[in-house]
Each structure stands twice: as C-alpha cells, then as structure tokens.
Design a protein. Structure first.
Length: 53
C-alpha cells in the first residue's frame, strides 16, 4: 500500500514479525512464556490488622 506523507510517497512494509515480549528487571530477563499469574491473596496482615477476603 502506498500512502503520501508530507508530499513524499511512502510504501508501508507490514511484513514485520512479532517477537515475544522480552523484559529485563534487575538483571533477570523475562519473556511471555515464563510469566505466570500469581495467586490472589485471600488473607493476610496489613499494618498489624488481620484481613480475610
């Protein structure tokens, strides 16, 4: 597909391949495959008060 941007004809290149998300936190590398959801907290102690959901 050719579009015109600021008087110049531009051909878009939509053939790029998506790479898995790669994150880096404090020297540890993460990808989408290694990410897991943590379980929801059902009880705990917050500032000395016990709570249950």
């Amino acid at each position: 597909m050719t579009i015109q941007y600021r008087g110049v004809k531009v051909t878009s290149n939509n053939s790029s391949e998506a790479k898995p998300f790669a994150g880096n936190y404090r020297g540890t590398q993460y990808t989408e495959n290694t990410m897991e959801k943590s379980p929801k907290a059902t009880n705990g102690i917050y500032r000395g008060s016990k709570w249950v959901s």
